[in-house]
Design a binder for this molecule. Structure first.
Ligand SMILES: [Zn+2]
Length: 469
């Protein structure tokens, strides 16, 4: 039987507001532990929360970008549970009346647009950060003691919940990359998984292909990169297919994915007590954004990444367009092409060389980059790489690099090619026997002989001609 994965994603985004969600403590990283706290975010009796206006507006902005309906009335509730990272004994979160509902995100693919439904996006506060010291797993069970940093407690989070519309691990990854870029461009979060400002949980089930049933799902947590999300989902899909295939039944469970070993470890059931006794937060008024505000935020939306991928695809191709847009590179590409660079070459140089050199795309002078793109095959490799690495230096000019044209003179290169072939008779024989991938080896040897000054394209033609002679 062929099985189809059914995947829904829950994404937490930490907003980069200056202050916390319900108090005026700074919300930034990096300060000493427990220095950014006050009676409100430490849950002192009698302290009253006040909602952060910017966080509310940013949530609406995100909801609009995700095609959501914006609620005329959203309500904060108390989600009750006890844990040391939650000094009030409850988390304030939107529950049955969230700010944003019923949206969708378009994922451009080679088979047309995939539509991933957005069930809701709601605003809540983050818990504090706990570190469990001692013990093997880093979890509270078996730890010698735990430390709590309340600086993170009360910072604003938006939780985005997708419909179970994602059909593969790869699709989950592409969706998340596009969502992340959208969030970053809206200017509401840095959305960095490594730093925990973007966190992803996945709900996974499988079903026989082309059925529309929904079988028992499991939840995956603790995946801190897009690749780990994809690998975690893949491992879980494989596990479920094996369970159903051997006549067993998938149980509802929550797993931690260990990226180092690829193992899925079930959480103990008692960590999942689900009776949160939600009730409306009596200390906060409902969120009732004026219609004019919502309309203004709607008109302020920039052209979103999904639309740009489709627009750029028409001048390039889907794969390159996706890489450029989700990498935040398409503005530089458009400027570089506008001053005359060839489209595909410019895309390749930007996505590979500029990114590889760690150069910030916004700081690159497009005109100089276009000159380097145009000259890239005539320049010695080393000179080209150095020029790319220095693109963002103030006042960068391509002139000194363009002056170092690569050696293209065949009279000069032929004897070197002959020498390299003579020195590697085994490789020559293998190449002639069909191992044409060895061409790169010969070119590399010639480049080495010439200290990188030879024109690689000319060398490659010479080698090929000599070997087929
Ligand atoms: Zn505070």
């Amino acid at each position: 039987m062929t099985w189809e994965p059914v995947i829904g994603l829950e994404i937490h985004v930490q907003l980069k507001t200056r202050t916390k969600m319900f108090c005026r403590c700074a919300a930034g990283f990096g300060a000493g532990e427990n220095t950014q706290t006050c009676p409100v975010c430490l849950g002192f009796p009698g302290a009253l929360p006040v909602a952060n206006r910017t966080a509310v507006e940013w949530t609406i902005r995100l909801g609009l970008a995700l095609g959501c309906e914006i609620a005329e009335r959203a309500v904060f509730s108390r989600k009750n549970y006890f844990y040391p990272d939650l000094p009030k004994g409850y988390q304030i979160s939107q529950y049955d009346l969230p700010s944003c509902i019923d949206g969708k995100m378009i994922l451009p693919t080679s088979e047309g647009d995939r539509v991933i439904g957005i069930v809701r996006a709601h605003l809540e506060e983050d818990a504090a950060k706990t570190v469990h010291v001692g013990g093997r797993t880093g979890r509270i069970g078996g730890a010698d003691y735990s430390l709590v940093d309340y600086n993170r407690g009360g910072t604003p989070l938006v939780e985005i919940v997708t419909a179970p519309d994602v059909r593969s691990a790869e699709e989950a990854k592409r969706f998340l990359q596009l969502l992340r870029q959208t969030i970053v461009e809206l200017g509401i979060s840095d959305a960095e998984m490594e730093k925990g400002t973007l966190r992803v949980d996945a709900n996974v089930s499988v079903r026989p292909q082309s059925s529309d049933e929904l079988r028992t799902r499991t939840e995956l947590k603790n995946m801190n990169s897009f690749n780990f999300v994809a690998r975690g989902i893949e491992a879980e899909v494989e596990r479920q297919v094996a369970v159903w295939g051997s006549g067993g039944e998938v149980k509802q469970e929550t797993f931690d994915f260990d990226a180092a070993t690829g193992a899925l470890t079930p959480r103990r059931a008692k960590e999942e007590a689900d009776d949160y006794r939600y009730f409306p937060e009596p200390d906060l008024v409902p969120v009732e954004p004026p219609a004019e505000l919502v309309e203004r935020l709607r008109t302020e939306l920039p052209e979103l990444p999904a639309a740009r991928i489709r627009r750029i695809e028409r001048k390039l191709d889907l794969e390159r367009a996706t890489v450029l847009v989700t990498g935040g590179l398409d503005a530089l590409w458009e400027q570089t092409v506008a001053v005359g660079a060839e489209r595909v070459a410019a895309a390749n140089v930007i996505a590979n060389n500029v990114v590889g050199a760690g150069v910030a795309p916004a700081a690159v002078p497009a005109r100089e980059l276009a000159r380097l793109v145009e000259a890239r095959e005539r320049l010695p490799r080393a000179a080209f790489d150095e020029a790319i690495a220095k693109l963002a230096d103030p006042g960068f000019s391509a002139d000194p690099y363009l002056a170092q044209e690569a050696v293209s003179d065949t009279d000069e290169l032929e004897p070197i090619v002959a020498r390299v072939l003579e020195a590697n008779p085994g490789h020559v024989e293998a190449y002639r026997g069909g191992k044409e991938g060895l061409l790169g080896f010969f070119v590399g040897q010639v480049m080495k002989e010439t200290q990188g000054k030879a024109n690689a394209r000319v060398v490659s033609e010479l080698v090929r001609a000599k070997l087929s002679a």
